[in-house]
Design a protein around this ligand. Structure first.
Ligand code: ZN
Length: 294
């Protein structure tokens, strides 16, 4: 089921890191020179000497794995379990026997290293928003919960404890995007739809008012369903893809209850990567995960 050889042996883990990290050569992390040579080892990692700046570095230098006393194979296992099996950090903390702080730091560093999704919309595009409970938890523990004030269903805000998260489903490419926003308003919507292949694009939404202004814009051909009127699907006019993707995103976040909103973007980046490697075989999935984070 899982690439046990990598997680069972430090040298196999080190080989994999080396293979992925230097897939395009071994430039010096400090001066970018290609004049580098192998120069002994650093634990299981290969060490190198840069003939240009005369400094040494190793396979981990400058990566998310640098400066950790915990074995690389344990970190690879953690990242793999986190992405593939949606394992909570609390569980991982027990599995690899580290402190709460150690696992949070390293996994969040990994997630932060993932590139933000770049939108290149072809269309038609479904767009919808959900509101995720993500407060200050984990950051300022003593702050009273404000969730009661927002108990009413519906729209939340970033400044409150329910920041809006936009879901875009590009039917042209099959891509889905999950993006945290400061507000669910017109300018955010325009910004999200700005990167597109064509001047004009077809957009499917629900009846939320913030989508109304784009209707007067020639760049958008908006069609919408009004959920309140019991209208959910009108032939191809619907946001069902967004809704099912939103429920996957909620399920992804659920073992990580207490993710603070300033950490939400990295967690959503990890969700994006999870979907990207979903159907890949184990070793290939792990390689792609590493390539994305290194
Ligand atoms: Zn150098």
């Amino acid at each position: 089921m899982i690439p046990l050889d990598v997680f069972g042996s430090e040298s196999v883990a080190a080989d994999l890191l080396q293979q992925v990290r230097w897939r395009d050569g071994v430039p010096c992390p400090r001066c970018r020179s290609d004049r580098t040579v192998r120069n002994g080892s650093y634990g299981e990692a290969q060490r190198y000497l840069c003939k240009n700046c005369d400094r040494t570095f190793n396979d981990k230098t400058g990566t998310i794995f640098a400066h950790s006393k915990i074995a690389l194979r344990r970190w690879l296992f953690s990242i793999y379990a986190f992405l593939r099996f949606n394992t909570s950090l609390r569980q991982l903390q027990c599995e690899i026997e580290v402190t709460h702080k150690t696992i949070h730091r390293r996994i969040e560093r990994f997630a932060s290293a993932l590139d933000a999704p770049s939108l290149d919309l072809v269309g038609p595009v479904e767009i919808d928003e959900v509101y995720v409970s993500a407060g200050e938890k984990g950051r300022e523990r003593d702050q009273p919960s404000r969730s009661r004030g927002l108990a009413t269903r519906g729209r939340g805000s970033y400044d409150g404890d329910k920041p809006p998260v936009f879901i875009l489903a590009d039917r042209g490419t099959g891509q889905r995007y999950v993006i945290l926003a400061k507000a669910a308003d017109e300018s955010t919507i325009r910004f999200l739809l700005a990167d597109r292949k064509q001047e004009s694009i077809r957009v499917y939404t629900d009846g939320f008012r913030a989508y109304e202004p784009i209707e007067d814009d020639d760049a958008f051909d908006r069609e919408y369903v009004v959920h309140g009127d019991g209208e959910y699907v009108d032939d191809e006019v619907h946001v069902n893809t967004c809704e099912s993707h939103a429920s996957l995103a909620r399920r992804w976040l659920s073992p990580h209850r207490g993710v603070s909103k300033d950490k939400l973007t990295p967690y959503l980046g990890a969700f994006q990567l999870r979907r990207q490697v979903y159907r890949k075989p184990r070793k290939e999935a792990l390689k792609t995960i590493l390539e994305t984070a290194l």
